[in-house]
Design a protein around this ligand. Sequence first.
Ligand SMILES: C[S@@+](CC[C@H](N)C(=O)[O-])C[C@H]1O[C@@H](n2cnc3c(N)ncnc32)[C@H](O)[C@@H]1O
Length: 199
Amino acid sequence: MNKVEINKRGYNKIASKYNEERSIYNNSKELEYFLQLLPCNAKVLDVGCGAGVPVAQFLVANGCNVIGIDISANMLELAKKQVPEAKFIEQDMIQPIFPNESFDGIISLYAIFHVAKEEHLSLFQNFYRILKKRGILHFCLSTSANEGTDFMYDAELFWSNYSPEKSISLVKQAGFKILSDEILNRGNEEQNWVFAQKK
Ligand SMILES: C[S@@+](CC[C@H](N)C(=O)[O-])C[C@H]1O[C@@H](n2cnc3c(N)ncnc32)[C@H](O)[C@@H]1O
């Protein structure tokens, strides 16, 4: 089974449990800051959107036009129920399906680390392509280089990360200007939280 299939099966299995426990991770400060950086009624892509809460829900409540993509049908079913105002599509984030300059912002919380790290540069390049000029990218990644499968609840999932330094160099290589890059503790877990802007 390939890595995408492992994660699709895993998140389909744990979608309800993940949704029930998502509030352990409070990302309200990051979401407020992301919103401040966007124009009014921004068009935003939520990558690896999960069950739509809190990210798509917060953005829609603040006037954004949101499209969420995810590989897990069960996560997307929850997202459609919880955030009916947004549009959700079953889609692997690595596939470049959107036209150039489609979005004012792209946000991807706790999701890019499920994509094989060799694909991170092309992922960031694609994000750059589909953002409008001065568009904002916000995401988090692990604080250390690692790769392999591990269990979350009772589902096997695949993770893959470069070091934060290498990840930042890839974001810059894709063309972005780094606005901030900070290790933050959320829900007793440390991640590297990045805000970047298309030049
Ligand atoms: C830890 S959850 C995070 C969900 C949501 N972003 C949040 O903040 O709650 C990771 C999500 O990424 C999705 N995912 C994993 N690999 C993906 C891929 N290649 N393309 C799109 N979504 C993916 C999973 O299905 C899952 O819903």
